[in-house]
Write a protein that binds this ligand. Structure first.
Ligand code: F6R
Length: 242
């Protein structure tokens, strides 16, 4: 069952997502949390940091990030390692050994990806996965056309994603062409999924994902089949829903 929550604005969306995470952490302090990067979850991470200052502890949770650019090491200011430290991990009491982010510098990518899957299994699977959505409907870096059965793998970014993400780099040519991402099957195995979308430029992808056919051309549409997924949207992102 897909649940849709529409909030007035980005701030309310971020607060709602933080509330869900807190609730899950209260049920299970050693929650296994899947995390996303990009612009969308920044407000959520701010809210989690605020709640940490008020006493919420992350000392028992384990995290797995969805993806990382291939070829950027963790000190690169646009790497997702750097992003996670700066926007969340530096400000909460999570144990470094419990943090997992795909390593974009590995040599044996295939083996590395299989190990990433193995570690997720070993901790009992992801309890709650946070997702954003690309303007082309991608989840993680599973671009349109990706197999629903895919697991963690190296993938080529589409032109549309490179264009969308160029805003974070000095020039478009600097955006990495490849990334390591959890696969769609990896994501679907999370017990609960929250997809966050904010802004008009996500409205088309959101409407197709919720009301359209399930198709690999819109990767997020497969979430219609997930038993426990929640879309938390702001009004602009929900504006094309019927
Ligand atoms: C990031 C990720 C991507 C983003 C998506 C939306 O870890 O997996 O799927 O969630 O590209 O990005 P923003 O939030 O920047 O619009």
């Amino acid at each position: 069952m897909m649940k849709i929550i529409v909030k007035e604005n980005y701030e309310d969306l971020s607060k709602e997502a933080a509330r869900v995470i807190k609730r899950e952490m209260q049920k299970k302090p050693n929650l296994v949390l899947g995390l996303a990067t990009g612009s969308t979850p920044i407000g959520l991470y701010k809210e989690l940091i605020r709640r940490h200052k008020e006493g919420l502890s992350f000392s028992q949770i384990t995290t797995f990030n969805l993806d990382e650019y291939f070829g950027l090491d963790s000190s690169h200011s646009q790497s997702y390692h750097f992003y996670m430290q700066k926007n969340l991990f530096d400000h909460i009491d999570i144990k470094p050994k419990n943090i997992h982010i795909p390593d974009g510098t590995v040599k044996d990518v295939k083996r590395y990806c299989a190990e990433y899957e193995e570690i997720i299994k070993r901790v009992g699977g992801i309890d709650l996965q946070i997702l954003g959505i690309g303007s082309n409907g991608h989840i993680g870096f599973n671009e349109p056309g990706s197999l629903f059965t895919s697991r963690t793998h190296l993938t080529k970014l589409t032109e549309s994603t490179i264009k969308d993400n160029a805003r974070f780099f000095e020039k478009k040519e600097d955006v990495p062409r490849f990334a390591i991402t959890m696969g769609i099957q990896t994501i679907l195995e999370a017990k609960k999924i929250i997809l966050l979308a904010s802004g008009q430029n996500k409205a088309d992808a959101v409407a197709k994902s919720i009301e359209g056919q399930i198709t690999s051309q819109v990767p997020a549409s497969i979430l219609q089949k997930h038993p426990n997924s929640i879309f938390i949207l702001d009004k602009a992102a929900a504006s094309q829903l019927k």
